[in-house]
Design a protein around this ligand. Sequence first.
Ligand code: FAD
Length: 459
Amino acid sequence: MDKNGSRNKITLIGAGPAGSLLAIYLAKRGFHVEIYERRPDMRKTQISAGRSINLAISTRGIHALQEVGVLEAIMKIAVPMKGRMMHAVTGELTFQRYGKDDTEVIYAVLRSELSMALMNEAENHPDVRIHFNERCTGMDFKTGEVELHNEITEQARAIPTELVIGTDGSASAIRMDMLKAGRFNFSQQYLEHGYKELTILAGANGEYPIEKNALHIWPRKTYMLIALPNIDGSFACIFFFPFEGDPSFASLDNEEKVSNFFKTQFPDVVPLMPNLLENYFSNPTGAMVTITCAPWHIADRALLLGDAAHAIVPFFGQGVNCAFESCAYLAECIDKHGNDWPKVFTEFENLRKVNADAIAELALENFVEMRDHVADPKFLFKKKVEQALQQKYPAIFTPKYSMVTFHRLPYSVALSRGKIQDRILAELCGSIDRIEDLSWEKAEAMIKNELMPLSSLNK
Ligand SMILES: Cc1cc2nc3c(=O)[nH]c(=O)nc-3n(C[C@H](O)[C@H](O)[C@H](O)COP(=O)(O)OP(=O)(O)OC[C@H]3O[C@@H](n4cnc5c(N)ncnc54)[C@H](O)[C@@H]3O)c2cc1C
C-alpha cells in the first residue's frame, strides 16, 4: 500500500488475452501488476493444444487494443476478412459480405500469436511481471492469500495479495472459490457439439489455396467446418460436430470412416488437408460451454473478468472482443472512482453483466444461423432485404451482425434491437421472394415506429 493506504499492487491469475491486455491497462494507470500463469511461457515452449485456433477480432477488441497502443503490433499478425464464403457440397461458392463495404471487416489472428504479442507488450512495462508455471489452486478472500502450485517443482505455496483479478478462463480457480464462499449464482451449459482443430496447408510458395480475405464456412445443417486465414497462407480450421449420435465424433472412430465422411461432405477441402487424419486423431476434441455467474466480485478483494466471468460459445466470434471491451470498461471505472474498489467493481459489474448475458444469448443463436440458415435461400433473401433496408435507412436500421461486430453499443441493445428487426424482416419477407415486391411503405412505417436512430445509443 502507498502512504495514503491505497492499494497499488494488483495480482492477476491467468496471462491469456484478457489477463495480458488488462495488465497493460493497469500498468498505464500506475499499478504494479503480478500475473501468475499456469502454463509455461509459450514464447519459449511449444504448446500444442489451442495453438492453431484462430480468433476473429472486431471493433470492440480493436478499440481496446488501440486505447493501450498495441493495435499496430497486432495488425502485423492479422488477416482481414471481408465476409463469409459458403461452400456447398457441390463445390458452389457463395460470398456474403459482413459489413456495408470494405471499411467493415473483421481480422483473423492466431490465438497463440495474439497472446504472445500481448505478453510482450505487457512485459515492456517495468511494472508488469509474469510468473509462468504457477497454477492458482485457490484463494482465501478473508486474508487475501492466494495458493499456488508450481508445475515444475510441484511445490505449493501461499502468497499474500492486496487485490486479485481472476482472468483465468472458463475453468477459473478464483470463481470456484467464490462458489464455495456462498450466495454465488452459477450456471454452466454445455453444447452437444464439440470441436476439433484441423489445418488447410499453404500452397508451395506460401500462396492461399482458397480466397484469402474471407471466413470460409461449409454449413451442413447439424454440423459445420470453418476456416480462417493465417498470415503464412495456411488456414486454421475448426470442425464443429456432435459428440454423440450418427454422424458424430463417437461414430467416426477410424481412418476409413473419417476419410469417407470428409470426401462426401467436404470434397473441395480434402485435397487441401493432407494432414486430415493425423490432425483428426491427434488433436483433442474440445467442449463448448456457456457460463454465467454473479456476483463477479467479493468485496474489495477479488474480481472476475473475461471467460472467468462469462464464457460463451464461439459462434459470434466475440469471446475475446467482449473480454477486451471489459478491460476498457474496468479502466474507465478505475479512472472514475480511483482506488475505491467496491465502487469500481460494483459499477463495472452493473455495466457489463447484462451485456455478457446478451452476447451469450446472441452467440448461441448464431450457431444455428452459421451451420444451418446460411445455406437456406429464404435466409439469403432476408439478408438481401436487410442490406436494402440498411442502405435506405442507414441511421436507423443496422443488421444485428453489424451492431455486434462493427459498433460498440451495448450487446444488450444489439440483442433487443435485433429481435425487433428480425420481426420486421419476417413480416416484410413473409410472402415475397423478390426484392422488387418489397412494400417500402410498410417497411418505412415499421422501422420509424419501432426503432430509434442508432447514434443515440452508440458508445
Ligand atoms: C473454438 C473457439 C473459437 C473461438 N473463436 C473466437 C473468435 O473468433 N473471436 C473471439 O473473440 N473469441 C473466440 N473464442 C473465445 C476466446 O477464445 C475466449 O473468449 C478468450 O480466450 C477468453 O480469454 P481469457 O483471457 O478470458 O481466457 P483464456 O483465453 O482461457 O485464458 C485464461 C488463461 O489463464 C490461465 N489459467 C487457467 N487456469 C489457471 C489457474 N488455475 N492458474 C493460473 N493460470 C490459469 C490459462 O492457462 C490461460 O492462459 C473462441 C473460443 C473457442 C473455444
